[in-house]
Ligand binder design. Sequence first.
Ligand SMILES: C[S@@+](CC[C@H](N)C(=O)[O-])C[C@H]1O[C@@H](n2cnc3c(N)ncnc32)[C@H](O)[C@@H]1O
Length: 326
Amino acid sequence: MIIKQDISAVGKPFIKWAGGKGKLVSQLDEFLPENLGRHAFTYVEPFVGGGAMLFHMLQKYPNIKRVVINDINPYLTIAYRVVKENPEELINRLLKLANEYYALSGEEAQKTFFLDVRTIFNSEKLDDIDRTKYLIFLNRTCFNGLYRVNGKGHFNVPFGKYAHPTICNADVIRADSALLNSTEVVILNGDFEETINYLDEQGANFFYFDPPYRPLSATSSFTSYAKEDFNDEEQIRLRDFCQRLNGHLGIRWMLSNADCSAKNPEDRFFEENYRDFFISRVYASRSINANPSKRGKLTELLISNYRPEGYIEIAAEDVEPYNRAI
Ligand SMILES: C[S@@+](CC[C@H](N)C(=O)[O-])C[C@H]1O[C@@H](n2cnc3c(N)ncnc32)[C@H](O)[C@@H]1O
């Protein structure tokens, strides 16, 4: 059998992740520092998630000499390691599991299979390749590709009822693996602040932060990626970290977050906490929302400690009122 390499697959995330930046990458790219491509640098992504920006950076900037990625989700970081080190074995095992699933007739049988896999994932000791195989399987077959855990840290997203989901995209896994092997890549599983211990002390470092977003309103909260909630105190701890990078270390960074003041003009959380930096607004369509009528265009904030090219200050009051309508 001839396996055709799908060029368009190159560099897309191997996992769907809430808040994934796939659709926003080209916009984010415009806000990167102008001269980033000129010299060797270390790229640090402390909240890597699905890694849409990471894979974009690895393709666009051959001058990245080192990458440091981190996420608090242990299974996600295991998955990055497996994709990097054992892509072929992962593909073999995932294809086998996918074929078992496709052979089942009817939604009920598929749902039972899904629930069995979920139980195995939550209760059994697994080797890293099986752990990643089940993680990707659940990601492709669960509701909306969410990753959510209960108080015990157990994955609890319900069955997604998709007729024929792509469970194993071998081209994407191979392409991501090649990118993760194209330079030195350090994969960490911990709190975002730990990335500071992996800086290149002699050379340049660039940080992109995509933390769990601050909820736009009490009802729209989706913050449970992990057992630990990312509340306002955590957002401020992140701001302090950004200030530290800026002040003492002179490191450039860019950060994404929700545009809270566009939704509620009285909510000046980001304007106040990041008043010393550059706040830009970009339009983003959010695809992970249980309610399809809420999958529209929202503005998101891009905050940086350098002036992005073509930076125009747009006040929250001047963005489309769509934000306030939802
Ligand atoms: C918005 S997602 C990142 C989305 C990602 N950039 C993408 O494109 O898919 C936020 C990530 O932060 C992780 N996270 C939550 N709290 C954290 C912490 N204290 N330190 C590091 N990572 C954390 C979550 O597990 C989640 O994967």
